[in-house]
Design a protein around this ligand. Sequence first.
Ligand SMILES: [Zn+2]
Length: 411
Amino acid sequence: MNATPLFYIIIAIIVIDFIVDKILDALNAKHYNDPIPEKLTDVYDQVEYQKSQDYKTTNYKFGLITSTFSLVLTLVFLGLDGFEFVDTIARSYSDHPIIIALIFFGIIMLGSDLINTPFSYYQTFVIEERFGFNKTTKATFIMDKFKGLLMMALIGGGLLALIVWFYDVTGTHFWLYAWALVAVFSIFTNMFYARLIVPIFNKQTPLEAGDLRDKISAYANSVGFNLDKIFIIDGSKRSTKANAYFSGFGSEKRVTLYDTLVNDLEDEEIVAVLAHEVGHYKKKHIIFNLIASLLLTGLTLFILSIFISNPLLSNALGVDIPSFHVGLIAFGLLYSPISELTGFVMNHFSRKFEYQADDYAKNTYKSEPLVSSLKKLSKNSLSNLTPHPAYVWVHYSHPTLLERVRNLRKN
Ligand SMILES: [Zn+2]
């Protein structure tokens, strides 16, 4: 290999990112055994608390092993000019840039998926199983993998092919066309996510008439929110962990409740969770996130267009023939500190929005049922009640349970 300065910069970025991540993990792990804040002492009893400590420690150790393994593998792959090897294979099948890019990414994606599968298998069938969360059967696990790969091939492959084609036809202006494509695609998936993507993996049924539906309708009417689409999803097919989310907009807007959530919570608590979700919609968080991510994508594509035709990018990965697809990988690695930074800023906004949605639920419904639902959900997923502030700052998209309870109970 003939290493260029850019190669060493890429290695440095990967290693520094790993070290920073491990420091944050270690800081967080040091606080696993902190005394539980007084406001939260009713979340766990002694046995459950011990179980949650074990769960956190097990996941911490497992994360340390997998991330170290993946770091070593990445460094070895880069050191041995792995990308040049894969590029040569792809070029042996075709000389069309789109076909080469598809084969190249196909091999990389399939390879990394094959390597990751034993780890996710262990996570699901050993760790989650041991703590009583896992409901996934082996058949579901295999089908999920298969469907995931197929979707990646069709959607990811389709988008990639179009973007490489834009680059071939329009040169550096490709970024504008790519941006328009990504924008149309993400608005479309946002809108029809529940109709098109969810049914591939789950069964959804409309919430049937009855007490719960009446209570939800009464709340929705009281805030002038037209909510006729409420669905129950069979989350229990995979895990006992519960969730609820909002998707779509306009006539496609709907709320989806996990069946596990409906089982774990009282009606009032479910309405409170729903009020929180309605808050996200009313406070325009969904539109904000969509626009912010479109602007970030545009910016990233624009910066990409400045550098992509520079052969230094491909050469940095030890690939002799410069190409769009190899340049894309090198750019992705070089850009990762910036995307970490934007992710960090987005997390900051997300935590702000969570408070606003909680406030909305408090002001238009009640705060206590939301407090008790958050506590139940934390208990049932064995959440960490004492995360380190630095870890929260970087990684958390939601405020901690303690912060949310404090906010909900303040006058
Ligand atoms: Zn929320």
